[in-house]
Unconditional design. Structure first.
Ligand code: ADP
Ligand code: MG
Length: 720
């Protein structure tokens, strides 16, 4: 009987091409057709109702029941006209994926379709089936979802989806969206105050986000024939292919036809959902690709990224493909990230990270730039923790992704501007002087980055008019890291405002006051700035000398959530209370432990039930062969050497798997979750994963190709 691997390989060869057709020639003809956005609202609601919804969107004011009733009725009419039968609240529990609970519009008693305002605004899914980090045992089990009118309602697979937050009955956040929305208020308050030093007309500052999403695509049949990919999202075994990414010919190379069809298909669906995807290309590793939309207001951008991942998963199915969002599905080839491009934009239309020709605006630009650098310096551990996950641990610091050391890259131009500003600290500014000129900030040239001067090794880089946080994992929900970034920037801006006011209070002119504070902040946060090669060993040494943290794994990185300062920071900005931080910490630890546990089990299972039996069969063949040769009086020493090699590796696999199982058993009894997570890191993952893999991968090279049970790397990465 052919192995699952051989059946899968045969299947790949016989796949028909899937035809993809756009609903219209121009994207603008179908963009957003599955979205009940502001345009639809404007068209279908009475002006007074529309105004109330807009107020809720802009100021977060509550929607009264009469307004909700009107909106629900309009949404229902729109949805029914598109053949939609069900509705659901769509939310982002801390499982990492999105959740839905579908209800039918059809009311059997009344014999017609109904959708009440109350059903639009609030629902009560069973909170007990989602991670809650102990919130549930302290309080009530019930949780509810509440409509977030700032993110558009959409249709997904004939279901009307209403974006919502998800909170416990007592109001604690059980999702990603709630803290993100609260962080928007925090950064808005702090940023508006600073902006008003420069322009009294600014009333609102909103973060924007553009997510570059990396992913792998492999054939669905090959995926299904690898239990480790199915269970853990990554291959725990597999020898490097003869042709890896040494050639680097994949990057920006031509996209294979099947994958291209898939991309075109999901882009069409994304456009219907109002997701502004715009770029597609190959990534560095074979089988790896990237999609990026045009940036949007951050809450929408996060929702769109989550939705896009779901969508890609569904569309891939149709093409006989599987998308891998795991940070490191294949050892030895590059992993995947989710570059979060972030900036702050005012309601007057100014991107606060855009250098300008106007000296006054440049001072404002520098104020926000310096505040962000300082925020990353002061809270680098929090930023590091916000991207911690079992999957991302394989990527960070693996000489192909940003290191686990958080640093900021500014580029040559800005570095010299900040150095100048710091150096000119003693220049006396007389009345009538052009201060900007004297300080060297009257003109900051537009920063145009080409591919050579954009430092790709930095986890947090300034890229012209935005910061790019590159250390985020490809499977992560961006809301976590983005809420963190918003809060830490809010914190520094708030402190900055106080410091500026103090300077002004002591008689300094406003501009001088600002510059004095900037100088101090530049000096204080200098250590976090790094322009060199983030992948190098020298940087690790240099960073240690500078006192920067290098938290290489999740178990360690999450400790920062236990600090008093962290809890105070989040509650000071009204983003999360102590209980919520504690819950999140537990959930992240739990998730980490579970993932390592699953990988460890899959490893044991594959090793003992697939690899070793195959290796033994092969070993027996070799023994027969060696005996046969001996019988003929031939030299069988080479055969015997191979038999010894195979035996040695079989023995290594067996003994290490057994010892690993013992280690797990011991750790599962550990009650303290922090200790359990650290134990899983050291005593399971670090102690055994590499050893077992090494032996299995050696066996893959020794055992004859035909009987090897697992789909090989070259097959997964190159066959399409
Ligand atoms: P790359 O970094 O690969 O060169 P781009 O420069 O095209 O990519 O931009 C990457 C992402 O950054 C895109 O999603 C883009 O829309 C987004 N982006 C551009 N300007 C901003 C901004 N001001 N704020 C947030 N995101 C932005
Ligand atoms: Mg980029």
């Amino acid at each position: 009987m052919a192995t699952l691997r051989q059946q899968a390989l045969a299947m790949v060869q016989s796949r028909p091409r899937v035809k993809v057709e756009a609903p219209a020639l121009k994207i603008s003809d179908f963009f957003g057709t599955n979205v009940f956005g502001l345009n639809q609202m404007k068209q279908s609601l009475a002006p007074s109702v529309y105004k109330k919804v807009m107020e809720a969107v802009d100021k977060g004011s509550k929607i009264d029941s009469a307004t909700a009733e009107e909106v629900a009725s309009a949404v229902k009419t729109w949805a029914l006209s598109k053949g939609v039968t069900h509705y659901t609240h769509w939310f982002q529990p801390l499982t990492g994926s999105t959740a839905e609970k579908h209800d039918s519009f059809f009311d059997a008693h009344a014999g017609l379709e109904k959708f009440k305002g109350s059903a639009l605004v609030q629902q009560e899914p069973d909170a007990s089936s989602f991670p809650n980090g102990g919130i549930r045992s302290t309080f009530e089990a019930r949780g509810y979802t509440a409509w977030d009118p700032s993110s558009p309602i959409f249709i997904f697979e004939k279901t009307l989806c209403i974006p919502t937050i998800f909170v416990s009955y007592t109001g604690e956040a059980l999702d990603y969206k709630t803290p993100l929305l609260k962080s928007l208020e925090a950064v808005n308050d702090a940023a508006v105050a600073i902006c008003q030093l420069f322009d009294r007309n600014v009333r609102k500052v909103s973060p924007s986000l553009g997510v570059e999403q990396e992913y792998f695509v492999i054939d669905k049949a090959l995926f299904s024939a690898r239990p480790d990919l199915v269970m853990a999202g990554r291959s725990v075994f597999g020898h490097n292919p003869a042709r890896g990414q040494q050639l680097e010919d994949h990057y920006f190379g031509s996209i294979p036809t099947r994958v291209k069809d898939f991309m075109v298909d999901f882009e069409i669906e994304a456009h219907k959902l109002g997701i502004p995807v715009s770029t597609r290309h190959n990534e560095v590793a074979p089988g790896q690709f990237e999609v990026a939309p045009v940036f949007e207001e951050i809450n929408k951008a996060v929702d769109h990224n989550q939705l896009l991942m779901d969508l890609m998963d569904k569309v891939a199915e149709k093409h006989g493909l599987k998308v891998l969002f795991h940070e490191k599905p294949f050892a030895g080839v590059n992993g995947s990230g989710k570059h979060n491009n972030w900036s702050l934009i005012t309601d007057t239309g100014v991107n606060l990270f855009q250098p300008s020709n106007s000296a006054r605006e440049n001072l404002q630009f520098l104020t926000f730039l310096v505040a962000t650098v300082k925020a990353v310096y002061d809270h680098s551990d929090l930023l590091r923790a916000s991207i911690a996950s079992a999957g991302n641990d394989f990527r960070l610091g693996a000489n192909e992704a940003p290191p686990a050391i958080i640093s900021v890259f500014l580029g040559e131009t800005l570095t010299s501007v900040l150095d100048e500003l710091e150096k000119n600290g003693n220049i006396k500014i007389e009345k009538g002087d052009n201060m900007y000129m004297k300080l060297g900030i009257s003109k900051i040239p537009e920063i145009i980055l080409d591919n050579t001067d954009r430092n790709r090794t930095s986890p947090f880089a300034f890229t012209g008019n935005k910061f790019e946080f590159r250390a985020v994992g490809s499977s992560a929900n961006s809301a976590g890291p983005m809420a963190t970034l918003n809060v830490i920037v809010a914190e520094v801006l708030r402190q900055m405002m106080k410091d500026i006011e103090k300077e002004i209070g002591s008689g300094k002119e406003k501009k001088i006051a600002i510059v004095n504070v900037l100088r101090k902040y530049i000096k204080d946060s200098k250590k976090i700035r790094f322009e060199g090669d983030g992948y190098s060993e020298e940087w690790e040494k240099e960073a240690a000398k500078r006192g920067l943290s290098n938290l290489k794994n999740t178990a360690e990185a999450l400790d920062v959530y236990m600090k008093k300062e962290t809890k105070e920071l989040y509650s000071r900005h009204n983003v999360m209370n102590e209980l919520e931080i504690h819950a999140r910490h537990e959930i992240m630890l739990e998730d980490f432990i579970k993932k390592v546990q699953i990988e460890s089990r899959v490893m044991g299972d594959l090793a003992l039930n697939h690899v070793i039996p195959t290796a033994i069969l092969y070993q027996n063949k070799l023994i027969e062969n060696a005996n046969g040769m001996k019988g003929l009086g031939l030299d069988n020493s080479a055969a015997i050497e191979t038999i010894k090699d195979v035996s040695r590796h079989i023995e290594a696999v067996k003994s290490n798997v057994n010892a690993m199982i013992d280690a797990r058993r011991k750790l599962n009894k550990e009650e303290d979750i922090v200790k359990r997570a650290k134990g899983y890191q050291k005593e399971v993952k670090e102690a055994f994963f590499d050893k077992i893999r090494y032996a299995v991968d050696k066996l893959e090279l020794l055992v004859d190709d035909e009987s090897w049970p697992l789909v090989k790397y070259r097959e997964m990465l190159f066959i399409r």
